[in-house]
Design a protein around this ligand. Structure first.
Ligand code: ASP
Ligand code: MG
Length: 431
């Protein structure tokens, strides 16, 4: 008998039929004598709908009230799933974040789980029930409802798996695993059997949306094995776990590069003629951070005649908030001007193997050069190389990189023998 935590994404719960399918899967686990805790996201796109509702009433809704509203999405899905399980003749109980003992920090809309009091869940499991927990939410020590940021149900599931010492944390969604690249961009992308926490964290940071990044951090910190798989099939997906090099007969990808990710919605900002003095970067980026804007890939150029240029990228969605901040900063810092370059892409190549393998960056730049692509910015970590390039040729370049690093699968997602429907189904799995 093992303890399974199984998380279901919104698409897997979008219709009554799908809720019933999820219930059937959970009942199967239960009948195999496993202890089962399900963690649910809101049905379909209901979080987006709730968000739109809030914004139609108040353009800047108070964050406490917004969290309260958004948390109801998961509360609806936990109740219907418990009903569906009951309809199959198995006892189930749904628990909100508060009832499940999930205590968080008090930062509304991006709270972090600080403690889990699992007594109630354990009691319910002991009495033979399937426990269904509302993902994405918790409660502050003061008793206010918080949410964990978009995609936060992943983190609820992993944190519960850690707190309950589960044997595995299954992440069910419309994607059947982690791919070497998004199959919609790279038709020869291949599904990984397993990936390490480090590589997965870099993929998340580079813009892969398969898992909430925080959930991977928690998994790594508590050594929780994740299994990302499709809710629509019983096929094995991708395991996220410590390197298994010494594992018996386990085939773990040996390639130097694990995956390629394109973050499509980037804007490059350059401040020109910034006075080169101590404390300037601190002032500039403090102002930007206080405006709540997330900055990525900062590059400062060589200084000449007492001034320098500073470039950085931000998500395109941050631009309306960033412009007034920059207008103020230019004045305050005595910089000459700022230039904004839109429709940029951050293209990242990730893999722990590159630490011990020279020439990976050179190979990347060569592929870009051959494709006639100009590089705007370059940044690296020990297991990632990222470049910022223009939007237009990105898919061609990704495919060329995928081939160059030997990642191509023999299966092609644009195989002509697939019907349009099969192809659509296959591609939708790739996200
Ligand atoms: N329902 C929330 C969202 O859409 C949380 C989640 O799905 O994990 O972001
Ligand atoms: Mg998600």
């Amino acid at each position: 008998m093992s303890l399974i935590v199984a998380k279901f994404g919104g698409t897997s719960l979008a219709t009554p039929e799908r809720v019933k399918d999820v219930a059937a899967r959970l009942v199967e686990y239960h009948n195999q004598k496993h202890r089962v805790v399900a963690v649910v996201s809101a049905m379909g796109k209901s979080t987006d709908d709730l968000l739109k509702l809030a914004l139609s009433i108040n353009k800047r809704p108070p964050s406490r009230e917004l969290d309260r509203l958004l948390a109801t999405g998961e509360q609806a899905s936990m109740a219907v799933l418990a009903m569906a399980i009951d309809a199959l003749g198995v006892c189930s109980v749904s628990l909100s974040g508060r009832q499940a003992g999930i205590v968080t920090t008090s930062v509304f809309s991006k709270a972090q789980i600080s403690e889990i009091h699992a007594d109630r869940i354990n009691e319910e499991l002991d009495s033979g029930r399937i426990v269904v927990v509302a993902g994405f939410q918790g409660i502050t020590p003061k008793g206010d409802i918080t949410t964990l940021g978009r995609g936060g149900s992943d983190t609820t599931a992993v944190a519960l798996a850690a707190g309950l010492k589960a044997d595995i944390c299954e992440i069910y969604s419309d994607v059947d695993g982690i791919y070497t690249a998004d199959p919609r961009q790279v038709p020869r992308a291949s599904k990984l059997k397993s990936i390490t926490y480090e590589d997965m964290l870099e993929l998340c940071a580079s813009g892969s949306g398969v898992l909430q990044m925080r959930s991977v951090e928690v998994a790594r910190n508590f050594n929780v094995v994740l299994h990302c798989r499709s809710a629509f099939s019983s096929d094995e997906g991708t395991y996220v776990r410590e390197d298994q090099k010494s594992g018996e007969g386990e085939s773990v990808e040996e390639s130097i590069v694990t995956g390629i990710v394109a973050d499509l919605s980037k804007v490059k900002v350059t401040l020109r003629g910034v006075p080169d003095r101590i404390g300037l970067a601190a002032e500039l980026f403090t102002t930007i951070a206080e405006g709540g804007v997330m900055v990525d890939m900062i590059v400062q150029n060589i200084s000449e005649f007492g001034t320098t240029d500073i470039s950085f990228t931000v998500p395109e969605s941050e631009l309306p908030r960033l412009r007034p901040i920059l207008d103020g900063a230019i004045e305050q810092l005595g910089a000459r001007e700022y230039i904004i370059k839109e429709e940029m892409v951050k293209l990242s190549v990730v893999g722990a193997g590159m630490q011990s393998s020279p020439g990976i960056a050179a190979q990347m730049f060569r592929v870009l050069a051959e494709a006639g692509v100009n590089i705007d910015m370059i940044a690296t970590s020990s297991i990632r190389i990222s470049v910022v390039v223009g939007y237009d040729k990105v898919e061609r370049v990704m495919q060329a990189l995928h081939t160059a690093y030997g990642l191509d699968s023999s299966e092609d997602f644009t195989d002509t023998h697939l019907s349009a429907e099969e192809l659509a189904a296959k591609l939708s799995k790739g996200r």
